[in-house]
Design a protein around this ligand. Structure first.
Ligand SMILES: [Zn+2]
Length: 194
């Protein structure tokens, strides 16, 4: 079954990268020049609400749900089971970065869209949903949130440098604190050879 989602405002890779980099620059600028872990958990706990107005929380979620962001309720939630599982630290970091992407890019988009619909139709409107495959990639909020997560956890400059120096996926995984699969997809996203 294909998921149904609300398309986001179109965004280019470079716009998403700039957004992620501006966050890293403000919070942990050293991560832009040297390869180190961006402290996404600290950002989630201490800065996200201040910057976006979106509240953060950890809750028990259904099996298979690791996090979600709700634009009506203005909240960004991570599974407490995931957060407490030391063996899933890397996956938790990427899930958080993904949800942070939704909170920064999509919460305002959707609230604005709804407010416009409300002012036109004078009643509450649900945003129209589409099957994921009907949505162009640059309007797909999931693609946008993963691009954001990749850029914030693996900033392009240090990432390219490590790759050039011939570090393995496993070494890069340790350095950035993400799973090797995410290192590989980031390489693909930056058109680097595997
Ligand atoms: Zn998502």
């Amino acid at each position: 079954m294909s998921r149904r989602i609300v398309p986001a405002k179109p965004r280019k890779k470079i716009e998403i990268d700039h957004l992620a980099i501006s966050v890293v620059k403000a919070i942990q600028p050293s991560a832009l020049s040297k390869a180190e872990r961006f402290e996404i958990e600290r950002f989630f706990d201490c800065y996200l609400e201040e910057i976006t107005g979106v509240k953060t929380d950890y809750r028990a979620l259904d099996d298979g749900i690791y996090g979600f962001t709700d634009s009506d309720r203005m909240e960004c939630v991570i599974s407490c089971e995931l957060a407490e599982d030391a063996t899933s630290e890397y996956f938790c970091r990427s899930t958080m970065a993904h949800e942070v992407g939704h909170a920064i890019m999509h919460v305002m988009d959707y609230r604005l869209k709804k407010a416009l619909l409300r002012s036109i139709h004078r009643k509450d409107h649900q945003l129209r949903v589409y099957r994921e495959k009907e949505i162009k990639i640059y309007k797909n909020p999931e693609w946008q949130a993963w691009r954001f997560a990749g850029s914030i956890l693996m900033p392009e400059r240090p990432f390219r440098r490590l790759h050039r120096q011939g570090h393995s996926d496993n070494e890069m995984s340790e350095i950035f604190g993400v799973n090797p699969a995410f290192i590989r997809s980031r390489k693909k996203a930056l058109n680097l050879r595997a």
